[in-house]
Structures are given as C-alpha cells and as structure tokens.
Design a protein around this ligand. Structure first.
Ligand code: FRU
Length: 435
C-alpha cells in the first residue's frame, strides 16, 4: 500500500492514464516500462484507491499483444460505458526496431493507431482475446500524422462520443484532432485546431468544463526552446468548443499548469463528489537508488474563476495530514506538510530546497539538490500573485509541491538527497499523517 504519492517500486513511470472513479473506486493507470528504470516498450500499470490517499498496486493491465501495439501501449483515457470500463489508448508499432534495444525504434520509423479494450469489472483486461484497434493508422496527412497522433481523450455528451487526439502538422506545428462516434467503436473525423509558435507536437490533450468554462489542457513538445532539458511543458487555457462541429477556438492567453517545470502530461477525471480533479507525471532526471524513476503529483482540484484556472490540493489529501510535529524527522515515511505565510524577502529552507518571496512572486531554488543535473532548471518563480502569500507545501523525499494561495499558482519540483532539517525564522505549522 502506498500513501499519497503514486510511484513505481522498481521501474520506470511516465504519464497517468485511464484515471477514473468507477464503481466506488479510483482507478489510475500509468505508462510503465516494467523491466528497468528507463523508458521503453510501454505497458499500463494499474493502482486503485478508495479515497485518493492510499493506493494499492494491481499489476500490469495493458501490454503489447497485437501488431498495432506490439511496440507499446501509449497514453489514453478510461470511460464508463454501460457499466463497463473502456480504456482508449494509442498502440505503437515500430517498423524498424533498434537491434541493440528493441524497446526503441530507428529514425522515428513507427506508426500509431488508436485502440480500445473493455473490462467488465475494471480489473481484468483481455489483451489477447479482445479486438483492440478502433481507429487505424491515419495515412492521410491532411487529417493527421501516421506516426505522431496519439493519447486519445474520450468523453460522451448526450448520445455522442468524442475523441480528441494530439498530433502534428509535418513535425512542425502541434494540433488537436477531433473525431465523433455513435458507439465508441467506429469513429469519424470531424475537425482540428492548431496554433503557430506553440511547439511541434501536442501530447496528452484533455478537455472538460468547470465552473461554466471550457478548458483544454495539452503538453506541447519543443515549447520552451531554451536549450535546457524538458522543453516540453503542460499548458491550459479557456477555449470555445462547439460540440456540434467540433470547432475549437484557442485564445492567446494560456497558463502553465505548474511553475516547477517538472510536471507533464496531466490527466483529469471527476471525483466521487463530481469535482474536476487531475494528477500528472513529475519528471526526474535519474533513477532513485538506481531502482525507480518518475512520480505522480498529489491530486489537484481544478476550478476556474474569471480568467484564472486554480489547482487546489484535493480535500482528502488535506484532511490526511492531522498529526502536528515539531520537526521533519518525526514525520511519516510518506512525508509531511508545512504551512506558513511569507513577507517580502523572507525565506524558508526545507532540507536544502529554498522557498522565498520576491515582491509579489514566490520563488524556489533546488540548486543544492540538483548539482549533478547541469542541464536542468533549478530556479523557479510564480507569476505576480494577486491573492496573498499563503503557502501550503507538501514534502516527500523526492518531490516538493508548493501550493500558493490555495492553488492560485503551484511550483512542484522533484529533488534528490533532501535534508531532514528546516531552517527559517518564519513561523510555521508542520503536520504529518496519522500513525
Ligand atoms: C508523453 C508521452 C505520450 C505518449 C507516452 C509514451 O509523456 O510521450 O505522448 O503516449 O508519453 O510513453
């Protein structure tokens, strides 16, 4: 049983997949290479939770079994249809494998199709017996790219199913593709949307309505172009989407999902109470203890007020930290939470991770915990804040999440060799999980 943080025990993790509240349980899957802490032929590993706090491992749910997914089961979503769980995902087929590492292909010679698998109970998936492909490789370049078209987000409205895919125009400009279906199995192309100077490929799109606003999220590759690692970033924006024509208007204004620049490929669902919640992959530059790499952030509730999108800590997580302690070494192995407010110029040092306020921004610095990773970003800052300087910081040995003003902005950073001391003059409250 893992508490609060979903992470792999002994292998590689990337995107969250198939996040759904189904028959009284939260199901979360993730991109996983089960054999080593490195990216490779993708599988979906499965974890479940009653409350988003404790997670139980259910092993591998999806694995390569057909020609269309022989080289990997890439990201996708889960829906409930007629009481059953349906997983939509991208199957990848390497046309030329790297003979020295068959988990990679040579010179991008691969194709992608969109697949679906159904489970009666949400636990058993028949990878061999089920027909998987629902949308074959797209060979018409006007409609999509045969290689880089992936990560189906599927939802239903009325009696119509929608599929949104991330794609590219000639490896130069990202775009989203929209398909509709009557039965969730045969799909018709409807429309697409693109935007200039916004990355070359848009991964892991998500779309939903919250507080009467239509919101789209995606992860453009090649977005930052500053020569540093992780130039792909997750963004969100308020859009106009016409469900009839699948025409989407993207505005110029957008928000980064997280200002720590490690968070990627977020995926949302509705929780038990109907709140829009999401989790995301936190990228790490090397395995921890040589064993595992990649983590999920703690679940966040999405809200939208006027022109701003908020990412608040899920109330179940907040409620789990009830035991006040005086120093980090008294904390549960899952970690602890620190709450404080910062005046201009004040600073907190959490085991080498520095949080400080500079005017109306909150900044963080992980340089002493990231010395080896010279090509990675180490200093971060929120935009100018409007709602105060109240901080709620969740600390785990490899991930620190700084929520400012109840989710007005969030900075999440992965860290290595975090110390067990807090140095500061700022008054704070430290809490951990019940014993
Ligand atoms: C994003 C991503 C997805 C893809 C998956 C493969 O991190 O590249 O676009 O489906 O990871 O693991």
């Amino acid at each position: 049983m893992q508490k609060i943080y979903v992470k792999p025990k002994d292998c590689w993790m990337n995107d969250p997949n198939g996040f759904i509240y189904f028959k009284g349980l939260y199901h979360l899957f993730y991109q996983c290479f089960p054999y080593a802490p490195q990216w490779g032929r993708m599988h979906w590993r499965h974890v479940v939770s009653k409350d988003l706090v404790s997670w139980e491992n259910q092993g591998i749910a999806l694995y390569p079994s057909k020609t269309d997914d022989r080289s990997g089961c890439f990201s996708g979503t889960a829906v409930e249809n007629d009481g059953k769980m349906q997983l939509y995902f991208t199957g990848v087929n390497y046309l030329v494998e790297n003979p020295e590492n068959i988990n990679h292909c040579v010179d991008e010679q691969f194709v992608s199709a969109q697949l679906m698998i159904t489970s009666e109970n949400g636990f058993d998936f028949d990878n061999i017996g089920d027909k998987k492909t629902v949308l074959p490789v797209i060979h018409d370049a006007k409609t999509g790219d045969a290689r880089h078209t992936r990560d189906p987000k599927v939802w239903k409205n009325g009696d119509r199913w929608y599929m949104m895919l991330g794609s590219t125009i000639e490896d130069k400009q990202g775009r989203l593709l929209f398909f509709t279906s009557k039965d969730g199995e045969s799909w018709k192309y409807k429309n697409s949307v693109t935007k200039e100077k916004f990355g070359w490929m848009w991964e892991c799109p998500d779309y939903f309505e919250v507080d009467g606003k239509q919101i789209v999220i995606f992860s453009p590759m090649g977005f930052l172009k500053d020569g540093k690692a992780d130039d792909a970033q997750a963004v969100c924006m308020q859009v106009k989407f016409d469900e009839k024509t699948c025409q989407m208007e993207l505005p110029d204004e957008y928000q980064l999902m997280d200002y720590g620049m490690d968070l990627y490929a977020p995926q949302s669902t509705l929780d038990e109470e109907g709140r829009r919640i999401l989790t995301a992959w936190l990228r790490m530059p090397e395995p921890v203890d040589g064993k595992w790499q990649g983590m999920m952030c703690i679940p966040r509730v999405v809200e939208a007020k006027e022109n701003h999108i908020y990412f608040r800590v899920h109330p179940n997580i907040q409620a789990a930290y009830t035991r006040e302690i005086s120093a980090p070494y008294e904390a549960d192995e899952s970690g602890y939470r620190v709450r404080f407010s910062l005046k201009d110029g004040e600073k907190v040092n959490i085991g080498g991770y520095i949080i400080y306020r500079e005017g109306s921004r909150i900044c963080t610095d992980r340089s002493s915990l990231y010395r080896k990773f010279t090509n990675h970003r180490v200093q971060f800052t929120t935009p100018e804040l409007k709602e105060g300087f109240e901080l709620e910081v969740y600390v785990n040995p490899n991930l620190i999440e700084v929520f400012v003003n109840d989710g007005e902005a969030v900075i999440s950073n992965t860290v290595y060799d975090l110390g067990k001391e807090i140095e500061t003059d700022v008054k704070m409250r430290i809490e951990t999980l019940e014993k």
